[in-house]
Design a protein around this ligand. Sequence first.
Ligand SMILES: *Cc1c(COP(=O)(O)O)cnc(C)c1O
Length: 389
Amino acid sequence: MPPLTTPDATALLGVYARVGPLFVAGEGSELIAEDGTRYLDFVAGIAVNALGYNHPVFRDAVLRALESGLVHVSNLYRTEPGERLAAELTSHAFPSGGQAFFCNSGAEANEGAFKFARKWSQKTEIVAFSGSFHGRLFASLAATDRPDYRRPFEPLLAGVQIVPLGDEDAASRAITERTAAVIIEPVQGEGGVRPVPAEFLALLRELCDKNGSALIFDEVQCGLGRTGTLFAAEQMGVVPDMYTLAKPLGGGLPMGAVLVNDAIAAALAPGDHATTFGGGPFVAAVALDVLRTIAEPDFLAEVRSKGEWFSQRLNRLVAGSARVREARGRGLMWGLELNDVAAPVVAAARERHLLVLTAGPTVIRIVPPLTISRDELERGATILAEVLA
Ligand SMILES: *Cc1c(COP(=O)(O)O)cnc(C)c1O
């Protein structure tokens, strides 16, 4: 079928400030524009395309899943891929058992986790932290510390407190016997790429245990290999009651998940929650192959090794530029804190065919495909160093 219309950005609701060329293809760690120009991609669809573009594992999984003829069946019935995916994810997540609920996005995963926490705890309040990002729906937005995202939509969900990140006294005061859920990103993403100290997560674990509150680790961005371990929190040695996942889970297909431990699973019954598309056989089959690829110990070791090398490269960049204050991150999730605004740096990098993101006003965020090569990391770091010189 020939295209009936020419592409027109004004046909889309103006909630995004889209920039740059029209992308028509992708390969490895590069996006290819209409005129054939290749862009080195340190964005990866915002930490979604963990295997980059056109990866054989993803392609084969998609083709095989199509051949089964099952794309959507409904959660009224059993299908195989979702059951396998749930078993594999939960066995990685919890020392003993657990169950998975599949949905379609990160915000939806967090909304579900809040409902599960309320049902299990029989309490209502939620505690989140400064710099947090948990999504754009009503409860997830209430737990998101971005005044510009919140203000036009107030009043948001009541009973959600935002506590200064890392402030132990404030956390001890805020988490009480009325707290249903405490939600935190073990490495904050949108809020500026901030790894949370292990001691702080351990304190939250203790406070949640004491008060009968559910500890939720939002690993939508930092999870699934991004920091060099399957879950970022593994490196901090703290196990939550629930993990929320999304971005890379479907290898680029929309998919989210809430992984819950056995105690929370036991509090949920048929009818408590649902979503039409969640965990359908097509996305789940693809996610299963993506998960198996990422969870491979050699794959994760390679992410850690590239990450260590890249951290040294970025620290050299920091030392060589008066405009950069520090590099923060883990694995292949990095932020460069600048002394001034980050948006012009993103634009200048794009002019040199490197895609990077911001994370708040003064941070450059780097979340490339986990499959990126050292040469490509070096090429991107060189462009950034030039732009920041
Ligand atoms: C992106 C993100 C979300 C929201 O995910 P959506 O799929 O955009 O709804 C939630 N939490 C974190 C940590 C994220 O990075």
